[in-house]
Design a protein around this ligand. Sequence first.
Ligand SMILES: Nc1ncnc2c1ncn2[C@@H]1O[C@H](COP(=O)(O)OP(=O)(O)OP(=O)(O)O)[C@@H](O)[C@H]1O
Ligand SMILES: [Mg+2]
Length: 628
Amino acid sequence: MTGAGPLPTPEGRPTGAPAPRYGPPRATIDRDRSKSWLRRAMPIVAAHRWTFATALALSFAGLVIQVQVPQLLNRAISDSIVRHAVPLSHYGWWVVGLGAAAGLTGFLSRLFLFRTAYAMEYDLRNVVYEHLTTLSFPFYDRVQAGQLISRANSDIRSVHLYLTFAPMILVQSAIAVVAFGYMLSINVLLALVAMVTMPFVYVIGRKMRASMFPVSWLIQARLAEVATVVDENVNGVRVVKAFAAEENQLRSLASAARRVQWATVKDADLRSQWAPAIQNLPQVGLVLVLLFGGYLVIQGHLGVGAILAFNAYLLMMQAPFTMLGMLIMMGQRAAASAGRIYELLDEEPTVVDRPGAVVLTGCRGDITFDDVRFAYGDGSGPAVLDGFCLHLDPGETVALVGATGSGKSTVARLLTRFYDVTGGAVRVDGTDVRDLTLASLRANVGVVLDEPFLFSASIAENIAYGDPGASRERIVAAAVAAGADEFVRALPAGYDTVVGERGYTLSGGQRQRVAIARTLVVNPPILVLDDATSAIDVQVELQIHDALRELMVGRTTLVIAHRLSTISLADRVVLLDGGRVVADGTHAELLATTPRYAEVLAQAEEHEAALAATATATAGATPSEVRP
Ligand SMILES: Nc1ncnc2c1ncn2[C@@H]1O[C@H](COP(=O)(O)OP(=O)(O)OP(=O)(O)O)[C@@H](O)[C@H]1O
Ligand SMILES: [Mg+2]
């Protein structure tokens, strides 16, 4: 792969890239933060209104059918049992028919309801994930992966469940109104007596909501803590084991788990205080019906069948009340979860395309850092770069050398606009990178990061990550240029070998070579190698130098390096110290004129020797076999 293949188009890489396989979410949340969480979620509910409305209508129809049964019972008792006017089987058949109809509507309404629920879950999840992909690096520096995972899972779950089940429960509660209507039609006074307890249910419900909300919030937040600990333990398992720190990690997990336990027990405690009251108040109504209704029957004002029907209606009303308690709890949890999800969705990306940003086309590779100042965070902290000036001519290869922590990687991150400069400007072909579209800038600048991250996919897929349509020939050519071909072929399934999570089934040097190949496939006119060969053997590195040299022809390349061998690839070396370039020239010139340069190189050499020593010592902690 010697500069072969077309340059990527500025808009990204449409060459053979497969169309997205996911249907984008049908709606997103309302951006207006002043609205309540439910109103903000309405666009998502509205997107599924038809299936949802069908589910609700069917559920209501089912209830209307059910509500007929006590009425039939009342009539069966008075017409068939008391007066023998109609055969009892007549009513029997009616009850069977109504039961079958209620069963059918129940089945259909559930079908539609669950469809709606999972469609909303799909939308919410994609809305959150789409938003995450737009967020900038400063956000990812701050946030913990476990928090994101739990927001994308348990929080979304509690929100979508509430969004679908709350209206369903409300519809079912509407049956209470219908049942009450029937009760009124039988006997007004008795109906009012039966409902005496309702205001209490309302008051208790309000109190319950108020006391449960903070606990619900706590539960969701603490679940996220557990997710964070688990995430770190799993991802950091090599460090944990290398330090034999399992015991410590278990302790931190146990304490997070205990905090969840405390909150959930508190939640159950509150629930058990309130829920029985709400659920059993209607029973008090039942007693009153029996007492007062019984009196009316004895006085001859009311038939026995009527008491039976009343009884059945009150039981029917109990179900919604039981669910009402549940609804309140679900609502509290959903409100807390929605708050956490919105917090994420309200996070604005900081590095975005300016209005009127231009597409970088026909990139020559002329790079200028003009008096750049940069500080991490909100820009008020200590400056990592201050007065940093550097110019790279098209096609030039420059080595950036500096002590560890001097800001070399930061320079690379500013060129690709992972972060925006705090002062000054970075220009590509004379245009401020902030005036270019992000997609076109990043398509033209290929970076090999100092920590190569591979996905748990095949090696071929990893190499073709930037251009999923790349042919096998191009993939292999890139691997050859990066010195990866030989070891890849020796793997059990060659290029189709699946690497473990983050590529941990490969050695550090192998990962780096795959990462280099991944960037080469994209064939960018500007190349940044950030310590890209630090874990590769000096011998192997020398082998791939020829290929790398060939690659650098016609490309502007910035190599961040410690090793003399890597530095020798460059036309020019610059020394970064104290946030600015303090020396600029050939390696020999810098050695002769700048004592600090020799110092930094010596430090790097020591550092590398120390690294090599620890690598040998902890080799046992890294799985060396590769699963096919
Ligand atoms: N994401 C970040 N948020 C806050 N500070 C950071 C971040 N990344 C780096 N820093 C700080 O910025 C300084 C420069 O870091 P940088 O990674 O650019 O150094 P480097 O020269 O690449 O070092 P090395 O040779 O060890 O890779 C360091 O002091 C570091 O602590
Ligand atoms: Mg670095």
